[in-house]
Unconditional design. Structure first.
Length: 362
């Protein structure tokens, strides 16, 4: 089974693009289908810190030096504040040049991962409707516009709402009961120097009475704020719809008794940019090994946001791509690497679920 398979990757996020870079470099025919209409058509979300796993994935993709050259090494501070008093309880401020988790904005990382790929590798605006097996044993990827593309191997890197997952298992992510409302504060250094100082060069955390306020310094002097709370019974089923019209005043009413220094992160925000219900697959989710079809990243093991998801996803992608490229029996390589990924993810997911519940008394 030495013939190289034709490969479709669903999703041009960090995991899908890491896999595409390694497989393309090794001479595989790879097409990436991405629902976004362009690289920057949709806000990609908050900053990412790449630690050991993520940096290893970038090294395997041949892009670690490029990442290190543009990453924000200076934005690795972390600060924990008391929700009621605003007092700093703990802070980590690495000496210049000593932090091991440099930050990068998601869009910047996406652009970096796209740079080595031929322009036709990613098909933008290609939303996958379903994936099914053909009569010849290959896989048919049907797009919403009706086009059908066949491949020997389909890698689902299409996130928490993965369409590819449906061809492997009935498992679906479950709402955790916690929603993050995201707000933006632009040009923070000039317009809100007190907030800039409070957030510092990195991330601020505060947890109090089952709620949280988090703030991240992103590139271009943008601070993203996340007001995190358990939803009421009447907006539990579809919080993104029930809370679609939430205002800053509505948010502030949920944080009565919090420190004014933390509430200013909501009061002084320019806008509410998104409502993000937090979902998770049950820790240890598995599926029968299926020739020619696999999942990586959030498609395989989405878990609460505890700072490890993207690093795990990128490592999944790099190891899978290397396994395919280095073994003559690519189907056996996919199956074996899938088990390694699932074992590792089960341990991490259990820890993340437990920690997230502790944060929000869930």
């Amino acid at each position: 089974m030495s013939q190289k398979p034709s490969i479709v990757i669903a999703g041009a996020g960090p995991a899908g693009l890491v896999a595409a870079n390694i497989l393309r470099r090794e001479g595989f025919g790879v097409t990436v289908f991405e629902a976004d209409t362009s690289v920057s058509s949709r806000d990609q979300g908050g900053m990412l810190d790449l630690h050991v796993d993520g940096q290893l994935a970038m090294q395997k993709a041949g892009l670690l030096d490029d990442f290190m050259a543009i990453a924000r090494h200076e934005d690795q501070e972390q600060r924990l504040m008391d929700g009621a008093t605003g007092e700093v309880l703990e802070e980590e401020i690495p000496e210049p040049g000593t932090g091991d988790r440099p930050e990068i904005d998601r869009l910047v990382l996406r652009e970096l991962l796209l740079k080595p790929l031929p322009a036709n590798t990613v098909v933008w605006g290609a939303r996958i409707a379903d994936v099914s097996r053909t009569s010849t044993g290959r896989w048919a990827v049907r797009l919403h516009d009706g086009q059908i593309h066949e491949a020997d191997l389909v890698i689902g890197a299409d996130g928490a709402g993965s369409v590819v997952r449906a061809a492997l298992t009935a498992a679906r992510p479950v709402y955790t009961g916690v929603t993050f409302v995201e707000l933006w504060i632009a040009d923070v250094d000039r317009r809100h120097p007190a907030i800039a100082k409070r957030v510092g060069r990195g991330t601020l955390f505060s947890l109090h009475e089952g709620k949280g306020i988090f703030a991240q310094r992103n590139g271009n002097a943008l601070v993203r704020v996340y007001a995190a709370f358990k939803t009421d019974p009447d907006d539990t089923d579809r919080p993104e719809k029930a809370l679609a019209d939430i205002s800053k005043a509505d948010l502030l009413s949920r944080y009565a008794g919090w420190s004014t220094s933390l509430l200013s992160l909501i009061e002084d925000a320019d806008c509410i940019s998104a409502v993000r219900p937090i979902v998770s697959l049950p820790a240890g989710t598995r599926w029968p090994s299926t020739a020619g079809l696999t999942l990586i990243g959030d498609a395989a093991h989405v878990m609460p946001p505890m700072g490890v998801g993207v690093n795990l996803a990128m490592l999944d992608a790099a190891e899978l791509a290397e396994a395919i490229a280095s073994q003559s029996d690519w189907q056996a390589a996919v199956s074996a690497q899938e088990q390694v990924m699932l074992e590792r993810a089960a341990v991490t997911a259990e820890r993340c679920v437990r920690g997230f519940k502790a944060w929000f008394n869930a």
